[in-house]
Design a protein around this ligand. Structure first.
Ligand code: PGA
Ligand code: MG
Length: 219
C-alpha cells in the first residue's frame, strides 16, 4: 500500500491570512505598524522562529526581543488559527478519496504541532492523518530530512510520496530520497524550474493521477 505525506501551509491550506492577522496583532501590541499580507506570506515556510526573525528584520526591531515576540505571536495565533484559513480547491475531496482508497496519509509541516492539530480539527480532517509532524515535534525542522523521515517511518509503507509547495519542501524531499509533487499555487518564492520535483500540479484534482504515476516508478 502507498502513503502520501503533505506539507501544510501553502499546500493543503492557505493559512497566510491568519498568520498575517496574528503577526499584526503582535506588532500592534509593541506599537509597530502593520505588515502587508504579501510580505508576511513571503516569510512563511521555515517555521515560526524564522518568521519572527524576518518580521524583526523588516521592522528593524531588536533580535533580543525574539522570544517575547514569538510568545506574543503564538498567543494570538493559537487563539485564532483557522478563521481566515481555507483549504485549497479540491484538496478535501482528493484526500477523502485517498483515505477511502486505503492510502495512509501524514502531515510534515514546519508549523508548530499544536496549531497544526487545531487547524486539522477545525476543518474536520484530523482523522485522515496517521501521523502529524510539526516544526517543534523534533529538535530539527525541514529542510533537515529528519521530520520527513520520521513521518515515513510512522506510516511504514513501501512507497511514500511527499507533496509540498516550497523550496524547503523540495530540498527536504531530495534529502529524504522521496518522490516529490510540487503544488505550484502555494508560497514558493522562486520559479517552478528552480525547485527539484518529480511532478507539479496547480489543482488538487490532478493529484490522484500524479500519485499513481509516481507510485509506479521504480524506486
Ligand atoms: O513556516 C511555517 O510555519 C510552516 O510552513 P509549512 O507548513 O509550509 O512547512
Ligand atoms: Mg508550505
Amino acid at each position: 500500500m502507498k502513503a502520501i505525506i503533505f506539507d501544510l501551509d501553502g499546500t493543503l491550506i492557505d493559512s497566510a491570512p491568519d498568520i498575517h492577522a496574528a503577526v499584526n496583532k503582535m506588532l500592534a501590541e509593541v506599537g509597530q505598524s502593520e505588515l502587508t499580507l504579501d510580505t508576511v506570506r513571503s516569510f512563511i515556510g521555515n517555521g515560526v522562529p524564522k518568521l519572527i526573525e524576518r518580521v524583526i528584520g523588516a521592522h528593524g526591531l531588536a533580535m533580543d526581543d525574539h522570544a517575547t515576540l514569538l510568545a506574543m505571536f503564538m498567543r494570538h495565533y493559537d487563539a485564532d488559527p483557522a478563521t481566515l484559513t481555507t483549504l485549497y480547491p479540491n484538496a478535501e475531496k482528493v484526500i477523502t478519496d485517498f483515505a477511502a482508497e486505503g492510502f495512509r496519509m501524514g502531515i510534515c509541516t514546519n508549523k508548530p504541532e499544536a496549531p497544526t492539530r487545531a487547524i486539522l480539527a477545525a476543518f474536520g480532517i484530523d482523522g485522515m492523518f496517521d501521523v502529524v509532524i510539526g516544526g517543534d515535534t523534533l529538535p530539527v525542522k525541514k529542510p533537515d530530512p529528519a521530520p520527513l523521515n520520521a513521518a515515513v517511518k510512522a506510516l511504514d509503507q513501501s512507497i511514500t510520496i511527499y507533496v509540498g509547495d516550497s523550496e524547503v519542501d523540495a530540498e527536504t524531499a531530495t534529502r529524504a530520497g522521496l518522490p516529490f509533487a510540487l503544488f505550484t499555487e502555494g508560497y514558493r518564492k522562486s520559479p517552478v524550474s528552480a525547485l527539484a520535483h518529480d511532478a507539479k500540479f496547480a489543482d488538487f484534482a490532478e493529484l490522484p493521477g500524479i500519485v499513481n504515476r509516481l507510485a509506479a516508478l521504480p524506486a
